[in-house]
Write a protein that binds this ligand. Structure first.
Ligand code: PGA
Ligand code: ZN
Length: 409
């Protein structure tokens, strides 16, 4: 038993320069943890509310007046009881009184305070049965941005390098190499055009989906040849963002459900995609099942906006065979306990988990520990920018600490 002595919250900025909530939890022993929550741009409609209607100022006021006092004296080692009090004190189904970001920041800060008291890394506090910190996630690395994260780029939100190796240093290296090669090729093709980078550090260029995929696929092939590391193309279509009135509306095509299923299945075949996130709208449980049947086990078919890390929605997807993987974002659902419920459901039903950042991130590294502690199949945290690198570098450290990574760059 280690009682919570204080919970303080304040505002800090995310990587888009927008305010978010940071929490600090201190235990009777003096051990403490601090964490901030990230924010999305292409948020799913079924996510909890990141903030109350009055934004960060209202979140801070409510936590200070109501939630922090309710948490005092609780046993931080009993994280599910702490998280339960967050929900009961909030009292709404979607955390709209204290805000999902307050819930995430406090829940993670509590787990970090426990890690501090026990003198262990955070992943150990979260570790699921049988996991000893030597199983490392593949890297889902965003190389080219479009959609909501890069206005003026392709309609598809993310062109991804999916790098898989038991040694996390090798996976990270391969994904970074693909990012560099994509940039080099864009410079070569468009020498006089200014190139930018999107919210998650991927390149932004005014090119179409097909050209972007071709560039990505060539860069993956080159990186494989150079490094002999398994790295293949992938996509996060974030299809809800361009699904309107029953149709998938790209700049160059307009598809109904059947057309979209056939289109993505053909992309998987043609480009040997190994990762396919949100190929359909966030309500399309049956359509997802069609995609999953068409793709089989050749690619991870990942539900993000479809499930919003919610165990009830994942249960619906499992019943229908909607996907073989689920994206895990703590602040989509609120607390670590909610997140672990979904992770455990996935594990018992043979569904892979992909631990994910948000497009507006904070330079914390707790996300990496969620991935390692839950045995995630992959970690999706972007490739460039300090807030993304904080997570990759933490993975490098964890790899070295366990002796799983001997790879010098
Ligand atoms: P976000 O989306 O902008 O909601 O963080 C990222 C994603 O779709 O994976
Ligand atoms: Zn997504």
């Amino acid at each position: 038993m280690s009682g919570i002595r204080s919970v303080t919250v304040d505002s800090v900025y995310d990587s888009r320069g927008r305010a978010t909530v940071e929490a600090e939890v201190t235990l009777e022993s003096g051990a403490h943890g601090r964490a901030a929550a990230p924010s999305g741009a292409s948020t799913g409609v079924h996510e909890v509310a990141a903030f109350p209607a009055g934004g960060v100022p209202e979140a801070l006021r409510t936590v200070r007046a109501v939630l922090a006092p309710a948490l005092l004296g609780l046993d931080a080692f009993d994280l599910s009881a702490v998280d339960q009090v967050i929900h009961t004190t909030d009292g709404t189904p979607n955390l709209s009184r204290v805000g999902g970001n307050s819930a995430t920041a406090i829940s993670v800060a509590t787990a970090l305070s426990v890690a501090g008291e026990r003198g262990v890394p955070l992943w150990k506090v979260l570790a699921r049965p049988g996991l000893d910190g030597t199983k490392f996630p593949a890297i889902v690395g965003n190389c080219l941005n479009g959609g909501r994260h890069a206005i003026g780029g392709p309609d598809i939100q993310e062109f991804i390098a999916y790098a898989e190796d038991p040694d996390p240093a090798r996976s990270i290296r391969a994904a970074l190499r693909v990012h560099t090669l994509v940039g080099d090729e864009l410079h070569r093709r468009y020498p006089t055009v200014a190139l930018g980078r999107g919210d998650e550090g991927g390149w932004v260029a005014a090119i179409g989906n097909v050209e972007a995929l071709e560039l990505l696929s060539n860069a993956c092939a080159k990186a494989r040849d150079e490094l002999h590391i398994a790295v293949h193309p992938g996509l996060d279509l974030a299809a809800s963002e361009f699904f309107h009135d029953g149709r998938y509306r790209y700049k160059d095509r307009n598809l109904d459900l059947e057309g979209q299923v056939a289109f993505v299945a053909q992309l998987v075949d043609q480009y040997d995609l190994r990762y396919l996130e949100d190929p359909l709208d966030q309500e399309a449980f049956e359509g997802f099942a069609e995609v999953t049947r068409a793709v089989g086990n050749r690619a991870l078919v990942v539900g993000d906006d479809l499930y919003v890390t919610d165990s009830h929605r994942l249960e619906r997807g499992i019943e229908r065979g909607s996907s073989n993987a689920v994206l895990i974002k703590v602040n989509q659902v609120g607390t670590l306990t909610d997140t672990l419920r979904t992770v455990d459901l996935a594990a018992t039903r043979g569904i892979a988990t992909v631990t994910s950042h948000r497009s507006g991130e904070v330079p914390d590294s707790w996300l990496t520990h969620v991935a390692v502690g839950t045995g995630a199949r992959a970690l999706k945290c972007g490739l460039l920018g300090g807030e993304r690198m904080a997570k990759l570098n933490e993975l490098l450290r964890l790899g070295r600490a366990t002796g799983s990574s001997n790879h010098a760059r």
